[in-house]
Design a protein around this ligand. Sequence first.
Ligand code: ATP
Length: 235
Amino acid sequence: MLKVSGLNAGYGSVNILWDLEFEVKDGEIVAILGSNGAGKTTMVRAVTGMLKPSSGSVQFNGDELSGKNTRYILDAGIVQVPEGRQLFTEMTVLENLEMGAFNRKTKEHFRDNLKKAYGWFPRLEERAKQAAGTLSGGEQQMVAVARALIGEPRLLILDEPSLGLAPNIVDDILKVASDMADHDGISVLLVEQDITKALACADGGYVIENGKIVLHGTAKELSENEHVKKAYLGI
Ligand code: ATP
């Protein structure tokens, strides 16, 4: 589904990502793991068209996306939940969810998808008329995930969903991601610093350090890897 190869990108003359290679298959949850400043968000920007790669290829179901704009990439089915959620805090939960329906197809399907989103996160239905900014951090993250789902992703990118949230809320959010992968065939690219949580729900993953992929494997292989244990899990 998504195949990234030889991807280089950076800011101005500073290169941040070095020859990244990774793959996400249909219905798979793939974790991109790394600490602060490793280049994870830069990678998300390069895949979603927010940052133009200096070289390399981003293939999505055979379509070359490198150099395409965010609108084209969104229409192709790559929808992200950005780091920090980026909700419209003055607008209601429902209005934020409406923003997720960005094209004719998703506008037509909005009612059905809204029902589905409320099924995943019942609390959002109770809070539909409330301003998003008045919700707890966990509820705001649910709005951000639900808004992305209303955009009917084929690949959902979750950028650091655990940031600042209580562990049980993170579990709820990752459970929805797993269910979507299992039942709806949506693939998930899970970008995380919380390696334990990410590996508990991912099929496999890649470890990124200083803009380079230094390791990849199944979730089991990574959680048993000596470098991962020492550098990230403290064991
Ligand atoms: P975090 O978990 O903190 O979000 P990250 O792994 O997502 O970290 P990036 O945000 O991709 O890392 O940052 C990678 C490198 O790129 C860092 O050295 C950072 O200082 C640099 N960087 C990020 N954004 C910019 C920017 N807009 N302009 C210049 N340099 C940037």
